[in-house]
Design a protein around this ligand. Sequence first.
Ligand code: NAD
Length: 359
Amino acid sequence: MGVEKKILVIPGDGIGQEVTSWGKRVLETIAENFKHKFTFDEGIMGHVAIEATGNPLPDETLEKARKSDAILFGAIGHAKYDNDPTLKVRPEQGLLKIRKELGLYANLRPIKLFDDLLHASSIKPEILQGADILFFRELTGDVYFGEKKRSEDRSSASDLMIYHKYEVERIARRAYEAARTRRKKLCSVDKANVLEASRLWREVVQEIAKEYPDVETEHMFIDNAAMQLIKDPKRFDVVVTGNLFGDILTDEASQIAGSMGMLASASVGDTIGFYEPIHGSAHDIAGKGLANPLASILSAALLLDISFGLKDEAQRVIRAVDATLRQGYRTMDIATKQTPNQFVLGTDAMGAKVLDNLN
Ligand code: NAD
């Protein structure tokens, strides 16, 4: 017997609109093939929502989000705001607000390179092959939310790096649980040689580690982790880290996968999960039908796996993406000279190939 779930789709702006329709089509196909009942609703957020209502996250979208089991999101952003930082109402406020309102405290970013894309990365194939990392970035603490100050004469400034024990505990547990289902290795990244907030982070992770004796724990300083990630990415399995270090490390790690157009992420709390490609609204290619839909399709796979526990269905989606790449189909961003018999497709043709491979 299949499961019944409610999914809210928020395409957002720019290429978000173009790619999210393919993530949704994949979910519809999986529901049909596996006899699940997924019901879909749609909400607006970002620039489109500001234009329609004056609010980047209208109450109606938030209400729909609260009533759903999971959210598939595209991207927000418009050149207008990038060029004028003084505009007070901004698309990204919608994203920050929905994360806060839904209590999303952990950002999960799987970095897995498809074998057929080894040449699309700027790192040597022999170093990359087999790399498979799952990042857990904490989302609610750190310098982003600590007290911000500027001296009276405005010549000095500070941002308080603050972590609470409970914030570290809950994300560490989630990371350990995930490590148990993988290669049973967890690397906690901090700067405990210098920062008090990092010393608390490390102490708490060491405590939680006692609950997971089957998982091997390693502690690494952020500077070393940034280097090891490029030098030997295969050495990592699950990586757990704070908001600031996670922000930087996960963008660095996105280069392992070759393109922003290939990576999905999940933001989770204790209830609803929020799934999105890591890329933005890409004004430079928006409306041209060139965007890679695979990150949205892989976001749908992550949604099936994490929010619904449908692991076989998620694997089926990943295999369909893998098969599409093996057949030589590429969007512009992942096309390389080294690939013989390559067919460069637009967004819709690429999405359709994945659907063919799902059936
Ligand atoms: P971006 O991720 O939109 O684009 C960066 C580069 O990668 C561009 O050259 C783009 O063409 C390319 N790219 C991104 N996704 C792609 C895809 N699926 N297929 C092919 N190529 C792809 O980042 P940016 O240009 O810095 O920002 C554009 C807008 O997006 C800004 O307004 C920014 O604020 C917003 N943004 C939103 C989010 C989000 O919604 N989570 C994240 C990052 C940026």
